[in-house]
Write a protein that binds this ligand. Structure first.
Ligand SMILES: Cc1cc2nc3c(=O)[nH]c(=O)nc-3n(C[C@H](O)[C@H](O)[C@H](O)COP(=O)(O)OP(=O)(O)OC[C@H]3O[C@@H](n4cnc5c(N)ncnc54)[C@H](O)[C@@H]3O)c2cc1C
Length: 637
């Protein structure tokens, strides 16, 4: 197959929230192309419902340091704390950036951006729930995506829509470009670039009951993995407690943030027993396990006793219509249930990948446990692992992650491109993709990709889902080997050149199988329970042996695991003790130990002389300099 050639400074793969935010920065500074397999506004960010958190303190007292603490604790201390601090600190600017681009946030009576509660977000280090999530009804992701897309169109960003990136080109230790397949024509395109940014989203389609769309097949991580990049923390996958029964369609935590209650078959509000302080707003891994405990102990509802209810019937119907319109409509449409009158049947649903392509806080992809940077290669969003979510992501921290680290990725990729030349492409750059496609399309009979994918998903739900054991994970490893054998004989029935989604589904299944293997091997080896990874045979968290990130690398003999330390510069895993040692919670008067009052952002400001910002529109009066740095900006450039 001959391939068309294109040359850009920066190539961004993916046009969800992370990709579009990166593109906005990169295309201001460098010749940039965005390559996306979906039309940009169909990206999965558009499905995000509940909100994006930032400690604006618009409706009650809050600050980004409490947000950082919650993120670290919610992630069961596997969070890299420098990254979490950056995210929570830059969150405030990230929300105002979007506001100034025209994002239609819900408003308080006095015109500020409204905020609501979400699981795990607290004030005073866990003293009670705080209203930190900024939202646009239950369509926050949709609004972010539309806003960012409009800005990119205005700026003239170049898009290649419905192009599937299937390979990463490396020259020595540097990224050199990507190879993409054009859906409409079946042609291959080689994109030569000085910087490549992966923003391809998650890979929830390896599970059957999932909130993730059909396209979330882990292509970016899959491509990088095959080119030797290890995958970080793959064993940590989040199961959201409230998926529509049997369908997995998400009912956002916003429902519980607005006062919705989980009830078992007896009508009992059972979360009061599992998390007496924050009850239904406990972190997602805890709530998901509580639901399964109710079901296992015979208090599940329905003929098979295999679901519980999400009850919003006591809420003011006006609140439901104004703040939860989409998710209540899902219940009516898909289950025929009227949420204003009755409980909605729900069960946990595979939702979010905490693991992925390892990066540093500048979104640069790293190749090993020593954090060796691969020149010109970046990743951001759900496909990346920076690691701000550790073992368990807090709700509304992902929309935040994608805009904060998307922006950093775009700026850094463009700056890198400005300082280097293009490297020589390898000989026959599209050769590997050509051989892969010809191999997949080369069988005249066999098994369809959908059948193999279906079996993978069912087994992953059963054996590598909310509850895991050595026996189940070992069985899953054996099953994956057999699924791989079946995949080697997969039959692509459609022989067309144009719009051959049959062929592309077979390609995507290959990525899912690779990533499922990294998840299962990492999960089997980690003999502890932490966040989204729960081992029934090792139910306790084991900081002595397992407070470390896993790195799963592809070798000829299977997955090889390596580990790297967690960055702990604020709170140790025995958080309570550190707080006591320090003389109380972190605050401006009681900063994290060892922290110097230096500006850690790269805006060049003098940390000792804060620069007040001019008042703008609805900027709240609580806007203030960073307590640690004295810097009023969250400048990243
Ligand atoms: C139902 C649901 C509700 C959610 N609600 C919230 C919420 O309220 N708050 C929150 O913080 N988080 C929420 N999340 C999580 C959050 O929405 C996602 O983690 C986030 O939007 C991911 O953004 P992204 O830019 O990384 O990826 P995506 O938005 O998934 O975009 C991926 C992009 O990559 C492209 N792509 C993929 N593969 C290829 C390829 N091979 N070649 C070219 N392009 C490719 C796609 O076309 C797409 O443009 C929710 C998730 C779900 C599923």
């Amino acid at each position: 197959m001959t391939a068309q050639q294109h040359t850009f400074d920066v190539v961004i793969v993916g046009a969800g929230g992370a990709g579009l935010r990166a593109a906005l920065e990169a295309s201001r500074r460098a010749r940039t192309a965005v390559i996306t397999k979906l039309y940009p506004t169909r990206s999965h960010t558009g499905a995000a419902q509940g909100g994006m958190c930032a400690a604006l303190a618009n409706v009650e007292e809050d600050n980004w340091e409490w947000h950082t603490f919650d993120t670290i604790k919610g992630g069961d201390y596997l969070v890299d704390q420098d990254a979490a601090e950056i995210m929570c600190r830059e969150a405030i600017e990230a929300v105002y950036d979007l506001e100034h681009m025209g994002m239609p946030f819900n408003r308080t009576g006095d015109g500020r951006i409204d905020q609501r509660r979400f699981g795990g977000h607290t004030h005073h280090h866990g003293a009670g729930a705080v209203r930190r999530s900024c939202f646009a009804a239950d369509r926050t992701g949709h609004m972010i995506l539309q806003t960012l897309f409009q800005q990119n169109v205005k700026q003239g960003t170049v898009f290649f829509d419905e192009f599937y990136v299937l390979d990463l080109l490396l020259a020595g230790d540097r990224a050199a470009g990507v190879v993409a397949y054009e859906l409409a024509t079946g042609e291959l395109h080689v994109f030569r670039a000085k910087s490549v940014v992966f923003c391809t989203g998650g890979y929830g389609k390896m599970f059957k009951i999932t909130s993730n769309a059909h396209a979330l097949t882990g292509d970016g991580p899959g491509v990088c993995y095959r080119r030797g990049v290890p995958m970080e923390d793959m064993e940590f996958f989040q199961f959201h407690p409230t998926g529509l029964y049997r369908l997995g369609v998400l009912l956002s935590e916003a429902a519980r943030g607005e006062g919705g209650i989980l009830r078992n078959a007896d009508g009992e509000a059972f979360m009061e027993r599992y998390a007496p302080t924050i009850k239904d707003l406990a972190p997602r891994d805890m709530v998901s396990r509580a639901i399964y405990s109710e079901i296992r102990e015979g208090r599940g509802a329905g003929p098979d006793g295999d679901y519980v209810y999400l009850d919003v019937s006591h809420l003011d119907p006006g609140v439901i219509d104004a703040k939860l319109p989409d998710i209540t409509e899902f219940a009516r449409t898909y289950l025929g249930v009227e949420p204003k009158k009755e409980g909605v049947p729900i069960q946990p649903t595979a939702h979010y990948a905490m693991g992925g392509i390892p990066t540093d806080v500048d979104a640069r992809v790293v190749a090993d446990a020593a954090n060796t940077v691969i020149g010109g290669l970046y990743a951001a969003g759900e496909c990346a692992c920076v690691s701000v979510h550790g073992a368990n992501r807090l709700g509304t921290n992902s929309l935040l992650d994608i805009v904060v680290f998307g922006k950093r990725a775009g700026i850094n990729a463009a700056e890198h491109a400005a300082g280097v030349g293009h490297v020589e492409l390898p000989e026959d750059p599209a050769g590997a993709v050509t051989r892969m496609l010809e191999g997949l399309a080369g069988h005249a009979e066999g098994e369809r990709a959908a059948a193999i994918r279906g079996d993978l998903q069912v087994s992953m739900d059963e054996k590598a889902g909310v509850y895991r054991t050595e026996t189940l994970l070992k069985e899953m490893e054996v099953e994956l080997a057999s699924l791989r054998e079946r995949y080697a004989r997969v039959w692509v029935q459609d022989t067309s050149r144009g719009y051959n989604t049959d062929l592309l589904e077979a390609v995507e299944l290959g990525f899912l199988l690779d990533l499922a293997e990294t998840l299962v091997v990492s999960a089997r080896t980690r003999t502890e329970s932490r966040g989204g990874h729960f081992r029934e045979d090792h139910p306790a968290r084991d900081d002595k042996n397992w407070l470390k990130h896993s790195l799963a690398r592809r070798t000829d003999s299977g997955v090889r695991l390596d580990y790297k330390p967690v960055t702990h510069d604020q709170v140790r895993a025995d958080g309570e003790e550190v707080l006591a040692e320090r003389g109380g919670p972190m605050s401006p008067a009681n900063p994290p130990r060892g922290r110097q009052p230096l500006c850690r952002s790269r805006c060049g400001c003098d940390a000792s002389t804060p620069r007040p910002r001019p008042s703008r529109g609805s900027r709240p009066t609580t806007s203030r300099p960073s307590p640690w740095t004295g810097c009023w900006t969250s400048c990243t450039g």
